[in-house]
Design a protein around this ligand. Structure first.
Ligand code: ATR
Length: 285
């Protein structure tokens, strides 16, 4: 395996992640692993960019000849007006997580979060398919939007969307304008689990330092898939409870790893794959 970290040349392809703060980001390890594995002369670094400096930083990507960048909290929405173009998903979500700089310096904004979610689900729950039944989605932040979009594109017959602040779920339903989205009441959540084929937690509940997501899964069919997008810890209380009762569980790290594949291929070329070795390397930090 060639380690290009010590042998960059005048042709090194450059990309990175723009966020504030950005030191928590796992993306440099993900891309660094693939660059080394595929022997590509490239580098991927963190860019700590304050909110007031976003426009200058993004314009600088093209000026410096970077291949592009990932965009993370809190800039995913703020970069929209700076893009020269948006793909369908980024436009629909009003959020960009991947910028690709064209040869002519044009900035195109993409959003691969929904793709990452779906690839993670398909890989780790191969028996799940969209037509098996309703999806229950908990939460109504940016992640929920991306996931709802991906589930609609995949063709699920119904999405039951529940959030502590009901109005945020209603605004997702309104923005998508898709009758398959049914907004439910957070307090009566267990009642919506009845014939669900998949349950997805997109809230921050269960994350290190947050309260657990304590829901009664008694109504959930035993063959339903349970996916938590929280990945710190990997085994959340929700996933532990679901596993104990026999449900297939899918943790959240895969969504992060799979969403990264899109940017990697666009900037560096090659077909990176998500492996157990990558997971271990990323978790080692
Ligand atoms: P992201 O954009 O990453 O999805 P976010 O917009 O901060 O993040 O959304 C966090 C989600 O976790 C929201 O759905 C939030 O519910 P509210 O819209 O009611 O704030 C949910 N969440 C956070 N803390 C919660 C709690 N204690 N109980 C229930 N839901 C919670």
């Amino acid at each position: 395996m060639t380690d290009h970290t010590l042998t960059h040349t005048g042709n090194t392809r450059l990309a990175g992640v723009i966020g504030w703060p950005v030191s928590h980001s796992l993306s440099p390890r993900i891309h660094g692993f693939w660059l080394r594995e595929l022997g590509i002369d490239g580098a991927y670094v963190p860019f700590p960019v304050k909110p007031e400096a976003v426009e200058e930083a993004i314009t600088g990507l093209a000026a410096l000849g970077l291949a592009g960048a990932n965009v993370t909290v809190p800039h995913k929405e703020a970069v929209i007006p700076i893009m020269d173009d948006l793909d369908r998903t980024a436009r629909r979500l009003g959020a960009v997580n991947t910028i690709v700089v064209g040869d002519d310096g044009r900035l195109v904004g993409h959003n691969s979060d929904g793709y990452g979610f779906l690839e993670n689900l398909k890989t780790n729950a191969p028996d799940w398919s969209a037509d098996l039944g309703p999806a229950v989605v908990l939460g109504a932040g940016g992640a929920a939007r991306a996931i709802v979009g991906a589930l609609i594109d995949a063709g699920v017959p119904e999405i039951r969307l529940m959030n502590r602040t009901r109005s945020r779920a209603e605004s997702i339903a309104e923005d998508f304008g898709e009758p398959v989205i049914k907004v439910g009441d957070w307090n009566t959540l267990p009642a919506y689990l009845g014939d669900a084929a998949v349950l997805v937690n997109t809230t921050s509940l269960g994350m290190k330092g947050q309260p657990p997501l304590a829901i009664d899964l008694a109504q959930l069919p035993p063959d339903a898939v349970v996916n938590d997008i929280v990945y710190a810890p990997l085994a959340t209380d929700l996933l532990k409870t679901a596993r104990e009762r026999g449900n297939i569980v899918v943790d959240g790290l895969g969504m992060l790893l799979h969403q990264a594949r899109f940017g990697f291929t666009a900037w560096f070329g090659g077909e990176p794959i998500v492996t157990e070795a990558l997971r271990r390397f990323v978790l080692e930090r």
